[in-house]
Design a binder for this molecule. Structure first.
Ligand SMILES: Cc1cc2nc3c(=O)[nH]c(=O)nc-3n(C[C@H](O)[C@H](O)[C@H](O)COP(=O)(O)OP(=O)(O)OC[C@H]3O[C@@H](n4cnc5c(N)ncnc54)[C@H](O)[C@@H]3O)c2cc1C
Ligand code: FES
Ligand code: FES
Length: 488
């Protein structure tokens, strides 16, 4: 057991123990290391000014991705190599080509957001993707600038020549860093310190298990431990809602939870699979879910956040849930005494109240791919297209035979304390033909099955209208697709 975290920053090795391991990466960089190039504006993953590159061990290699350092805590980053804007260099050790591109395109005014944009562009060079206007815009979704205007910044991105510019990570001795990590990654880490609280001492601890068995044993002994996967929900609560967990467990080293496979048409997703990984997988196997993932958060968030975290966080507007409900997904809940599979349709008992027992972890999620005769559509309504929380979500899956609906599954989010299935509307649709009047009537029924509240995102009336209209939208989209098929 180690009592320190091992983190490299710009090629330099740091051993971090005790209280220091409990801080966010952005605080560590700025206050402990004096690397103030990494800026903090929102501290909740929305603006990207704190973007850095993180190199993590994946399949015995270091994989570098852009993440928001304000919502990554150090206990999530054991055996990671952080590259900050200060660590960008080219062989001649002068201004990095990405920085030069920003200068040449006049991509900076006050400059506060600029290191974040530079690092987001550097992250795109790491992935080796072709830089088109679309991909640059997508890669910069998680970065906000209040004064320059985005055109110049996009121009800077488009001017980068990937064939000539070396990846930022290539300027470091990846082999030596990886060898160091491979030696340490198999050791669990435990750190603690005594926090002063109202004059009394309080023990605060974190644990980074190396193996699932250790994680389950720790959870068995510490039932109120705060589990951290990507941290994109929990760290925002820590930064903004003053959540101060005394006992934390990071899943970062549990390699058994990285599974992402399809076998006999069953998809299995491990609890550590990030939204980025799932998105790449869905491009080929599940384009409907890929569409939702393309408007989920930003790259920096998707590189850290997990599907399991989205489920366990139990928000009624979590974007994965309508899909998981209509596809009849199951979660594997694992405790030290055994494993059980629970259907998502029976997982939520009420607002933030789930079937998961205190000693259990979600370890895998699985579902069967939609059959060829089914139509699946997923919807997300939000105030803006990118990087926004949903106002309303929906999943609709119909099985059709000879123009008639054999079976219907509907799940709506943002209309109650949990994502709701609509049994009466589903029953009404069964056996009916695909006609506009049917979906018009189904919309009226759907409206009666939900009881949304008014909140900052939308009024109850607006959500009721959405619930009604989405069924007609679904019908028209299906008809359009059918017409296109027939025309082809
Ligand atoms: C800027 C921003 C934008 C966002 N945009 C979206 C969006 O568009 N759509 C959307 O749905 N969400 C969005 N989110 C919310 C968040 O990113 C997702 O819910 C994400 O999937 C959470 O995953 P995570 O791994 O980061 O969870 P974490 O924060 O690590 O954990 C979330 C909760 O799940 C628990 N948990 C995690 N893993 C497990 C496990 N294996 N077993 C048991 N419990 C576990 C944790 O204890 C915690 O209670 C956004 C968040 C931010 C900060
Ligand atoms: S400071 Fe805004 S995303 Fe981190
Ligand atoms: S240059 Fe001022 S915020 Fe972007």
């Amino acid at each position: 057991m180690r009592d320190y975290l091992l983190i490299y920053v710009n090629g330099r090795r740091y051993k971090i123990s005790g209280k220091r391991g409990f801080q966010s990466l952005s605080d560590f960089l700025r206050y402990d290391l004096g690397m103030v190039g990494t800026k903090v504006v929102c501290a909740e993953g929305d603006c990207g000014s704190c973007t850095v590159l993180i190199g993590r061990v994946r399949n015995s290699q270091l994989l570098y991705e852009g993440i928001d350092s304000c919502i990554q805590y150090l206990y999530q980053l054991d055996c990671s190599h952080v590259i900050t804007v200060e660590g960008l260099k080219d062989e001649a050790q002068i201004i990095h080509p990405v920085q030069k591109a920003m200068v040449d395109a006049a991509g900076s005014q006050c400059g506060y957001c600029t290191p974040g944009f530079v690092m987001a562009l550097a992250a795109m060079l790491e992935t080796g993707e072709t830089l088109t206007r679309h991909s640059v815009q997508d890669g910069l979704t998680g970065n906000l600038c209040r004064c320059t205007g985005y055109e110049q910044i996009i121009d800077a991105g488009l001017s980068l020549n990937q064939k000539v510019i070396p990846k930022a990570s290539k300027c470091y001795d990846a082999k030596a860093i990886l060898a160091d990590f491979m030696e340490h990654v198999v050791q669990p880490v435990y750190c603690e310190y005594e926090k002063k609280w109202n004059g009394a001492g309080q023990q605060v601890q974190f644990f980074v298990p190396a193996y699932l068995e250790e994680a389950l044993e720790f959870k068995q002994k510490n039932k109120h431990v705060t589990v951290v996967a990507g941290g994109t929900d929990i760290s925002v609560q820590m930064n903004k809602e003053r959540l101060e967990p005394n006992c934390i467990m990071s899943l970062t080293h549990l390699t058994g939870l990285e599974i992402l496979e399809i076998e006999n048409k069953t998809v299995t997703v491990g609890a550590k699979v990030t939204w980025t990984e799932l998105g790449e997988f869905c491009q080929e196997h599940l384009p409907e879910l890929d569409e939702i993932i393309s408007i989920f958060a930003s790259r920096q968030i998707k590189n850290a956040a997990t599907l399991a975290g989205n489920i366990a966080n139990a928000s009624p507007i979590a974007d994965s849930l309508p899909f998981l409900h209509v596809i009849d997904a199951e979660m594997e809940l694992t405790a030290s005494h055994g494993t059980r599979w629970v259907n998502i349709n029976r997982f939520y008992h009420g607002y933030k109240n789930t079937e998961m027992k205190p000693d259990e972890l979600i370890t895998r999620i699985r579902w069967n791919l939609p059959e060829p005769e089914t139509v699946l559509k997923l919807y997300k309504v939000s105030k803006r297209k990118d990087l926004d929380i949903s106002t309303f979500t929906a999943g609709i899956l119909l099985r059709l035979k000879k123009g008639k609906i054999q079976n219907a599954r509907l799940a709506f989010g943002g209309v109650g304390p949990v994502v709701l299935r609509l049994p009466k509307t589903e029953e009404f649709l069964q056996g009916k033909p695909m006609l506009p009047g049917i979906f018009h009537e189904a919309g009226k029924l759907a409206r009666d099955e939900i009881s949304p509240i008014s909140d900052v995102r939308a009024s109850s009336d607006y959500r009721l209208q959405l619930a009604e209209n989405i069924l007609l939208k679904f019908f028209h989209e299906c008809s359009d697709n059918q017409n296109k098929k027939e025309a082809a």
